[in-house]
Ligand binder design. Structure first.
Ligand code: B1M
Length: 232
């Protein structure tokens, strides 16, 4: 591309910039995504809007082309890396609300699954809403969850799965909690693109969370209920 063709992100209006960020995310251009996020922040965009409209919006397009065999794992990894660059800028801003501590959550992606963008987003939003978050990362076996429940004593266990082949593992964890007699000591929230409410109920979770905002609302509601039960 010649210098004349070069796109100056700061010269684009908001709509054009978001469209350009979709393209840059698609192309895995981390620095451009970071620049785009900073420009939108300077223009007064709320961090949550940047996250959902520019970053998640762009990743949705990547998802369609990955599904359709137009993009492959290496390209999607680059897109994920670019998305994480943008998320890293937004993280402290989302956590900056000064909300009082409302509870604690342990969260992790289940065994066999290495997708972590959605989980990280949930963790960021929960922190922003005043929750303390312990992130177990990806590919967690049941033992890892059980150990964390014991050592961290959270209010909530959050599990994430992005594959139809790994989502049944959530039931393995919940069944183990039941077997060990600790299921009712925790609120269990589950999420991930292939899940739905019915699945959440079928495996014995307390709730399925469609996205990070719903996760925050659901967590607040359940923690409030738990505290009311204790004081009643
Ligand atoms: Co993967 N992948 N992937 N992938 N990947 C999907 C999930 C897929 C739907 C793509 C497709 O075909 N359209 C498909 C799954 C199909 C299926 O199971 N039916 C798929 C596949 C097949 C695979 C591989 C098997 C590909 C291969 O190797 N042949 C492989 C599996 C690896 C493994 O895990 N063992 C694989 C690998 C990868 C990459 C490594 C390249 C990369 C992951 C990088 C990373 O995460 N660090 C990747 C990516 C990026 C995707 C897509 C494109 C995007 C996922 C994402 O980050 N979305 C995805 C397509 C898609 O989902 N549209 C796809 C953005 C994110 C913000 O949304 O994760 O849904 P999401 O999270 C949301 C909600 O779901 C919810 O809140 C979040 C924020 O709003 N949520 C929770 C999520 N977790 C929650 C937990 C909670 C609450 C809410 O707890 C309380």
């Amino acid at each position: 591309m010649s210098d004349e063709d070069e796109i100056i992100l700061s010269e684009l209006d908001d709509e054009e910039l978001v469209q350009q960020m979709f393209d840059d995310l698609y192309d895995g251009l981390k620095e451009e995504i970071e620049e785009g996020v900073n420009i939108l922040l300077e223009r007064g965009w709320q961090p949550y809007d940047i996250l959902t409209k520019a970053l998640v919006g762009g990743m949705t397009i990547v998802g369609y082309d990955f599904r359709d065999g137009i993009l492959f794992v290496p390209e999607v990894l680059l897109a994920a890396n670019a998305m994480k660059g943008g998320m890293a800028i937004l993280k402290p801003l989302l956590a900056e609300t000064g909300a009082p501590r409302v509870g604690k959550m342990v969260i992790g992606t289940v065994k066999g699954d290495i997708h972590d963008i959605g989980k990280n987003l949930v963790g960021m939003m929960m922190e922003g809403a005043g929750f303390e978050v312990v992130d177990l990362g990806i590919n967690n076996a049941v033992e890892k969850y059980m150990e964390a429940l014991e050592t961290e004593a959270p209010d909530i266990l959050g599990m994430s799965a992005l594959l139809t082949t790994t989502m049944p593992y959530m039931k393995v964890v919940i069944d183990t909690m039941v077997e060990q007699g600790v299921r009712d000591d925790y609120i269990v929230l589950v999420g991930g693109a292939p899940l739905n409410e019915e699945f959440g109920k079928a495996i014995g979770a307390d709730a399925y969370c469609r996205d990070a905002a719903v996760a925050v609302e659901t967590a607040k509601e359940w923690v409030g209920r738990k505290h009311n039960q204790k004081t009643a």
